[in-house]
Design a protein. Structure first.
Length: 360
C-alpha cells in the first residue's frame, strides 16, 4: 500500500513523515526548492504475527507494509497558475491513498503561507486543488471522447458512452465542490475509469497537526465525507518520540497522555478508511500477513500470494486466529473442529489463517 503525504508548505508534512517512519528527513528541504520526495517503508504492527512466530518458529517473519511518500508542499493557488506541478502529479497519482497534513499549531518561527492558521480553510484549499486537477483531466478526455463516440459502433460505442456519461456526471459534481471520492460510480463505471487515477477520488486521511500545548484539548475539525478519516497528532512531539527506544518513548507518552504511537494510529485509521484487512499464512518457513480488500473471496485472496493459486484454486483451509491460539496448535485446532475447508466464494475475514490448495 502506498500513501502520499500532501499539504500546504509549513504544515509539518515532513515532520509527520518522520514521526510515521522514524526517519530524520530534513524538514525545511522543500522550502529550499527540493522536489524529490522522501520515501520510506513501514512495517504494519500486528501482534498476531508475533504469537504465530512463537508457535511455528519460522525462518522468516514478514509483516504487511506501507510505503509513505512525502512530496513537496502545495501552493494552494495552483488552479490560478496552470495547475499542479507535473512532477508532483507523477508521484501522487500512483498512490493508493492520500494523507493530508493540516496545520492547527501556532508558531511565529514557522510562517503560514496564508499568514494565519485556519485548518478548515487549508483543508478546503487543498481539496479544491485536487478537484481542479481532476477537472482538467476530464475536460481533455471529454473533448476527444465526444468526437470518438460518433464514429464507433457496437460494444466499443457502449463502453465509451458509459465513460462519457460517467465523466460528465463527475465533472458536474466537481463543479459543485464534491470530490470524486464522495460521488457514486457503478462497478462497471469504476472499472472503465480506473486508469485516470483521479486525485480527489483517492481515500483521504486528514492528519490535524497540533503542538504539545494542544494535546489535552485538541481542536475539532469537521470533515464528514465518504472514504475519509481524521486523526489528530502532535507531529513534532511524535517525531521526537519516534527517535527514542520503545521503553523511553512509552514513558514520555504516558506523561503526555498519548495512548498509542502516531505510526500505529495512522496505519489503523488508513486500513479502516480504505476497507482493508489482513489474512495470515503460517508455517515453518514463513509467517506472513497479506493485505486485502474487505469482502473478497478466498480465490481472489489466494491471488495476492501468487496468480497460480487463484487460477488453480481448489479450496482453502481456514482457521480463525483466536481459535488457533485457544487450541494451541494446528493439530489441536483440527481435532476441535475449528479448521474448515472453504470454497472460492468464502469471504476471507481479518485474522483468518489460510492454507490454499491448488492445481495448475
Amino acid at each position: 500500500m502506498k500513501i502520499g503525504i500532501i499539504g500546504l508548505p509549513n504544515s509539518g508534512k515532513t515532520t509527520v513523515f518522520n514521526a510515521l517512519t522514524r526517519n530524520t528527513a530534513e524538514t525545511n528541504a522543500y522550502s529550499s526548492g527540493q522536489i524529490e520526495p522522501n520515501i520510506a517503508m513501514v512495517k504494519v504492527p500486528d501482534e498476531r504475527l508475533d504469537a504465530l512466530a512463537k508457535m511455528y518458529k519460522p525462518k522468516k517473519l514478514t509483516p504487511a507494509d506501507v510505503q509513505y511518500i512525502d512530496v513537496a508542499g502545495m501552493s494552494g493557488n495552483a488552479h490560478e497558475s496552470g495547475g499542479l506541478n507535473p512532477q508532483f502529479l507523477n508521484y501522487i497519482s500512483q498512490v493508493d491513498a492520500l494523507l493530508h497534513v493540516v496545520r492547527a499549531f501556532e508558531d511565529e518561527g514557522v510562517p503560514h503561507p496564508q499568514d494565519s492558521v485556519n485548518a478548515a480553510r487549508d483543508l478546503a484549499s487543498v481539496d479544491m486543488e485536487l478537484m481542479f486537477s481532476d477537472m482538467a483531466i476530464i475536460e481533455r478526455r471529454l473533448s476527444r471522447l465526444r468526437g470518438e463516440v460518433t464514429k464507433m459502433v457496437g460494444k466499443d460505442r457502449e463502453v465509451r458512452l458509459m465513460e462519457l456519461n460517467a465523466l460528465e456526471r463527475l465533472y458536474t459534481g466537481l463543479e459543485q465542490d464534491v470530490p470524486i471520492r464522495a460521488q457514486e460510480l457503478s462497478e462497471e463505471e469504476a472499472k472503465v475509469l480506473r486508469g485516470f487515477q483521479f486525485l480527489s477520488g483517492k481515500p483521504m486521511l486528514v492528519v490535524v497537526n497540533i503542538d504539545e500545548k494542544q494535546l489535552k484539548t485538541p481542536p475539532v475539525l469537521a470533515y464528514d465525507k465518504p472514504k475519509t478519516a481524521i486523526v489528530t497528532l502532535a507531529g513534532k512531539v511524535e517525531a521526537e518520540l519516534a527517535q527514542l527506544e520503545d521503553e523511553d518513548a512509552q514513558m514520555f507518552m504516558d506523561d503526555l497522555g498519548i495512548t498509542e504511537p502516531a505510526r500505529d494510529r495512522v496505519i489503523k485509521a488508513s486500513y479502516t478508511m480504505m476497507g482493508l484487512i489482513s489474512f495470515l499464512t503460517a508455517g515453518d518457513d514463513e509467517v506472513r500477513a497479506w493485505t486485502i480488500r474487505q469482502g473478497i473471496g478466498a480465490a481472489e485472496a489466494a491471488g495476492t500470494i501468487h496468480s497460480d493459486l487463484q487460477r488453480g484454486f481448489i479450496r482453502a483451509e481456514i482457521v480463525a486466529f483466536d481459535d488457533l491460539m485457544k487450541a494451541g496448535d494446528m493439530a489441536a485446532a483440527k481435532k476441535a473442529g475449528t479448521v474448515r475447508l472453504e470454497g472460492k466464494t468464502y469471504i476471507v475475514k481479518d485474522g483468518d489463517i489460510a492454507h490454499f490448495l491448488f492445481n495448475v
